[in-house]
Structure formats: structure tokens, C-alpha cells
Design a protein around this ligand. Structure first.
Ligand code: KIV
Length: 279
């Protein structure tokens, strides 16, 4: 990476790594400039998740995300934030083939967005990719447990950690991600007790989503958290606002006022009657 991460005042990956076992790390996804501006004062980390493909672009799965899409949204979130550690997701197809492919894609994301870190899904199977990206000087956040890029292969969104065999695999994944040099790891859709044990087992912060309150931090998809998601909202989401109703109500009132010609009113048009400059 050409940028010196210590040259700015943002929270960086090392700051996040040091938060292991401390005050919980507050994370949300963000995809756009205005939302990044609103969230930045309140969070430690903004993830430009590949969930953007579903949330903003209407794809059925995160497989609809492309490198170009992630870079464009990463640039918008960087412009809209000044404090948060910004992590950009590596989309499916941009890293799995080889460590060299992963390093090249991560370099492109880091150079074109200026983000603090990238995230990729996988454990033992992606350890070489994580190590190759870290060797480039680009911090990596891992992602284990339920991996949305693999839902088609897995036959749906299946909660992990239900069998002894899968629990053992999760421990191997967590250890591999840590050993490969990741600064933190997302644990998604995993039985609560297992996510808690994983958190106490590894030395890097775990960020839970549908996991455990014992995780070192929590993340939610912003559109789920503010109640704008129009399709099914997963069980692990807590809606802190109801923007669906706010937007629907505003649209209904606007439509009624346009149809009755109540909008625009004299306050919202330009006239010369006042004799003053108007903007
Ligand atoms: O893409 C995403 O939003 C994510 C979070 C759910 C962790 O990976």
C-alpha cells in the first residue's frame, strides 16, 4: 500500500486489534457518502460490505458484488468519514483463485479507495490469501461462521456450530485466520456458546453478527438496523428505527400535495415580488 496509515487521524487496524477484551468495538456497514457522514461520529469501524449488492443494488445474494462496485462505494464512504476505520469487503471471485490474485485485488482496493483494511470470507481454505495480503502491508479482517458468499454452495443461510464436527472446523478456521495475520475476524450466524468460546480462544478481536454478546465487537447492516430493509429481516437484527414508515409516510404526503397543487407553495418557488435575492 502506498499510503502510510499512521499519517492520518483515523482509527486504524492496529487500534482495533488492541481493543481485544476491552470496550466493545462498534461497527456498522455503510455504502454511501451521506450515511457514512451520519455514522462516523458514533462508530469505531465502517464496513463497506458486499451486502451492498443486495441492500442497494437488489441482487439476490452478495455474489452480485464486483470489484468496481466495492471500490466505488469504498470511495464514497471514505469521502464521508474522517474518524472510523474503513474496511472494504473483497467480492466473490476477486481472491479465491490464488494468493497472488488476492494480493492484486486487495492492492487495487486499498490504492483506489484509501481504506484502512479489506475483509474476505474463509478460514483454513483462505489462510494463504490472508497471509499474502498482509505481506503487502494491507490489514485483513477475516470472516468465519456463516459466509454469505457460500450460501448457494451451502444450500441456504445455515447457522453454524450445531455439530461437534462443525464446531471443531470453526476452531480450526479461527486459528488459521489469526495465524495468517488477520487483525480481527467477523463471526456470523454461529451458535451463541460457540461464538463466545471462539472469542475467548483467539487473541484477535471477534466481531459478532448473529453470534454472541461476548464477542469483542458487534456489527449490523445499516439498512437492517434503521428499519429500511423491505425484505425478510433476520432474527439477529434489532431495528433501532422504522425508516420504512418514515419514508412511506413522507412519500404519501408529498404525492397528495403534488396532486392537490399544495406543493410547491409560495415558499418553494422563485418570484421577484420580494425584490430580494433568492436562492
Ligand atoms: O457484507 C456485509 O455486510 C458483511 C457483514 C454482514 C459482516 O459481511
Amino acid at each position: 500500500m502506498t499510503r502510510d496509515p499512521s499519517a492520518d487521524s483515523r482509527i486504524n487496524a492496529e487500534d482495533i486489534r488492541r481493543r481485544k477484551g476491552g470496550v466493545p468495538i462498534v461497527c456498522l456497514t455503510a455504502y454511501t457518502y451521506p450515511v457514512a457522514r451520519l455514522l462516523d461520529p458514533h462508530v469505531d469501524l465502517l464496513l463497506v460490505g458486499d451486502s451492498v449488492a443486495m441492500v442497494l443494488h437488489g441482487h439476490a445474494t452478495t455474489l452480485g458484488a464486483s470489484l468496481e462496485m466495492m471500490i466505488a462505494h469504498g470511495q464514497a464512504v471514505m469521502r464521508g468519514s474522517a474518524k472510523a476505520c474503513v474496511v472494504v469487503d473483497m467480492p466473490a471471485g476477486s481472491y479465491e483463485t490464488s494468493p497472488a490474485q488476492a494480493a492484486a485485488s486487495a492492492r487495487r482496493i486499498a490504492e483506489e479507495t484509501g481504506c484502512q483494511a479489506v475483509k474476505l470470507e474463509g478460514g483454513v481454505d483462505m489462510a494463504a490469501q490472508i497471509a499474502a495480503i498482509v505481506a503487502e502491508g494491507i490489514p485483513v479482517m477475516g470472516h468465519i461462521g456463516l459466509q454469505p458468499q457460500s450460501v448457494e454452495k451451502d444450500g441456504g443461510y445455515k447457522i453454524k456450530g450445531r455439530t461437534q464436527e462443525n464446531i471443531a472446523a470453526l476452531f480450526r478456521d479461527a486459528e488459521a485466520v489469526e495465524k495468517a495475520g488477520a487483525f480481527s475476524v467477523v463471526i456470523e450466524g454461529t451458535m451463541e456458546a460457540v461464538a463466545a468460546k471462539l472469542t475467548h480462544h483467539i487473541s484477535i478481536p471477534t466481531i459478532g453478527i448473529g453470534a454472541s454478546a461476548d464477542c469483542d465487537g458487534q456489527i449490523l447492516v445499516i439498512d437492517d438496523m434503521v428499519g429500511i430493509t423491505v425484505d425478510r429481516v433476520p432474527k439477529f437484527v434489532k431495528e433501532y428505527a422504522d425508516l420504512r414508515s418514515v419514508i412511506a409516510d413522507a412519500a404519501a404526503r408529498y404525492a397528495a400535495e403534488v396532486r392537490s397543487r399544495a406543493f410547491p407553495s409560495p415558499d418553494h418557488v422563485f418570484t421577484t415580488a420580494s425584490g430580494k435575492d433568492e436562492t
